[in-house]
Design a protein around this ligand. Structure first.
Ligand code: SF4
Length: 319
């Protein structure tokens, strides 16, 4: 009885996702725990440590070794390098080092990869629009934040989009919808090439799905996101040579004061921005949404002049 009471007390203090003292943690995969700020704070390793303490007390169960043999305690999994996105991960990142907290010794000055990983972890934990919305209670994000972006230490093309839609929010994979299909057709790349973070960094103006307005349309990117994160994200990816500014929100930020008010005027003047002398070249593009099908019909020069240039540059800049 004493043992049962001790185990029950232990279970009351450990994370959700463990259904009994002799059960493995259930629910999230290790990758999802790493990537999602909404996951329980007790990781598999924490659960193992707590189980060790609980079972190591005198008179309490068979001890950790026999518990491991019996499968009651999950064995530690070897650490793996995380180098790219996978379906269901909501914030991906390429890099060449082990993640922070690994066994590699760190110097006092973080490397570019470490800064990228640190920033990525900070974004994954962001709850600003939910906990402290800039425009007050009535503009609180109506769901749990799930930032979706692909940061990369090696990609030379940055796709600067708007904000995830519901389908992207649910899958955690950017441009995982009809707009993404059209964008890949514009770029002349397949899905594997598109989702390889060595080829493309994908950073929308707002990282989280903003919800719908009263007409059922997607709201604009959250106003809190770009001021908080964008400059820092751009600064950790100095290797970017071409930014595809997809939609007017991205064009205004990446082109700056020189950006015309009309999206059509901005895209029509694309040669001016790809040839500018400061910073990476910016190629303004309309959003590939079906809503812009009419715009594409009215502006055939986009397909006949801009797309050939885009495909040529993509071919040169991807690996
Ligand atoms: S949209 Fe940006 S600022 Fe808002 S919660 Fe998501 S990551 Fe944070």
């Amino acid at each position: 009885m004493a043992e049962r009471r001790r185990v029950a007390a232990f279970m009351a203090t450990t994370a959700t996702g463990v259904s009994s003292a002799c059960a493995r943690p259930v629910g999230a995969t290790s990758a999802a725990r790493w990537f999602s700020p909404a996951m329980p704070s007790a990781t598999g390793s924490t659960v193992r440590k707590r189980l060790w303490r609980a079972t190591a007390e005198p008179g309490c169960g068979p001890g950790i070794s026999s518990a491991r043999r019996s499968g009651a305690v999950p064995r530690a999994k070897p650490r793996r390098r995380r180098t790219g996105p996978a379906i269901g991960l909501n914030l991906s990142c390429s890099g060449s080092k082990t993640r922070l907290g690994g066994s590699r010794r760190r110097s006092s000055v973080p490397s570019a990869d470490e800064r990228l990983w640190e920033l990525r972890a900070a974004i994954a934990a962001c709850r600003l629009c939910r906990d402290d919305p800039a425009r007050g209670e009535t503009h609180r994000l109506p769901h749990e934040p799930r930032p979706v972006a692909v940061l990369s230490a090696t990609a030379r093309i940055l796709i600067a989009g708007q904000a995830p839609g519901l389908r992207v929010h649910e899958s955690g994979l950017p441009f995982n919808d009809a707009s993404g299909d059209r964008l890949r057709q514009w770029l002349a790349v397949d899905r594997d090439t598109f989702y390889d973070p060595r080829n493309f960094a994908i950073v929308p103006m707002g990282f989280c799905f903003p919800g719908y307005d009263r007409h059922g349309s997607d709201l604009p990117p959250r106003a809190e996101c770009a001021p908080l994160w964008r400059r820092r994200v751009i600064d950790v990816m100095p290797q970017i040579e071409l930014t595809l500014a997809v939609g007017h929100y991205a064009q205004r930020w990446h082109i700056g004061a020189d950006c015309p008010k009309s999206m059509t005027d901005t895209v029509r003047n694309w040669e001016r921005y790809v040839k500018r002398n400061t910073g990476p070249a910016v190629l303004p593009m309309p959003h590939p949404s079906w809503r812009n099908t009419g715009w594409l019909r009215k502006n055939p020069w986009f397909e006949s002049e801009l797309l050939p240039y885009l495909r040529e540059r993509v071919e040169v800049l991807i690996r």
